[in-house]
Design a binder for this molecule. Sequence first.
Ligand code: SAH
Ligand code: SF4
Ligand code: F3S
Length: 444
Amino acid sequence: MKKLFVKTYGCQMNVYDSDRMAETLAPSGYAPADSPAEADMILLNTCHIREKAAEKLFSDLGRLAPLKARKRRQGGKMVVAVAGCVAQAEGAEILRRAKTVDLVVGPQSYHRLPALVEAAENGDRPVETEFPAESKFDRLPDRGRASVSAFLSIQEGCDKFCTFCVVPYTRGAEFSRPVRAVLDEAKDLVVHGARELTLLGQNVNAYHGAAVDGGVWGLGPLMHALGKIPGLLRLRYTTSHPADVDDELIAAHRDEPKLMPFLHLPVQSGSDRVLQDMNRRHRADDYRRIVDRLRAARPDIALSSDFIVGFPGESDDDFAATLALVRGVGFAQAFSFKYSARPGTPAAVRDDQVPEPVKVERLAALQALLGEQQTRFNAGFAGRTVDVLFEKRGRHPGQLAGRSPWLQPVHAAAPDALLGSVATVRVAMVEPNSLAGALPEAAA
Ligand code: SAH
Ligand code: SF4
Ligand code: F3S
């Protein structure tokens, strides 16, 4: 048996893809390795979204070189494969820059991995970065056990072309998997132990899948169909674009009880001028209106978002508009980043780049505000009860860890028998990023 070590960078779609790639390689004789040192193959599933993410690949490759040399001295072999978005963006350039790499495969071609790996094992250095006509989803390998909370990719690629973003180039044109394929995979995941599904897509609410009734379904109808699967307890989806939030999706937040009251809806900026330069296709007020409608449909919905500070041309006033939007909306959590110029994107070549110290200062101010909001949101749970889906054992013996409906990590003393089920927990302690409590009967 050969051993495969997979390292995943970047977004949840890469997490999903990494599992599928490992499953694709099982028939070639590869079983999971616990560490890179014992592996016969290393697969790095990479992210190109910001410069730091992409550079991480090359520093990791630098560390792998001596491991690979040692393996060779011992008479063995180690195949080093680079997959994912850096593979797509840089292709053969990776082979030139890093002698350690044996094979490069883009995110839409991983179903071709067995043949590519065989070529690499025989001394070739194949590069596969075409967007193939056939879909990698057509021949999904058999799946073993699924985790309690599992990912399910339903949409890929992006046609939005935000001027800062590499995704339309690395993942290709937007496409949706057919409704039947999504429902079949969802049922299969539930049979294998999943109780919560997070539907994934770079732009998941642009979903428009061909349905058996001959029509095309958006995410709203899909949620209701998934909601009927017995044994499935919770549904989530990420990442959404404000311009693609439609009435059916908002209605699903009102009518579909399995759809959790939490939405990650990136806004990027609160300044209309910056949003326009970013080609975001929505204004700050459009975003506020969507939030109002979501809250009218589901009053307890909590919001998360992504922000970029220091986009080219962003002035103090533009940044103040972002802070104003954050104050007005109120977020339960959020991710924020300094703008990173990405090769091949329109914003990268603008001559009004924001100086690094200004980006640093704005990021600190924004994160302080978002941090306060997150703390306040979590503090509101002290003494309350929350429904927790227990996903795994906690750090301490006798403890289980799971998530609240609002995606907060929660741990509580609970028996293993509760793994995979939802139980009510009384919150005793609020930590910065998580909640701790006990089952009410245990507390009594
Ligand atoms: N499809 C999602 C986001 C995908 S990328 C959407 O439309 O919102 C995840 C996040 O990375 C983005 O929301 C954005 O905030 C951030 N990001 C993308 N490109 C970036 C760049 N060049 N510099 C800094 N942050 C970036
Ligand atoms: Fe990138 Fe999202 Fe914009 Fe698409 S919608 S270009 S993935 S930020
Ligand atoms: Fe990164 Fe590609 Fe995901 S660039 S964020 S891994 S789509």
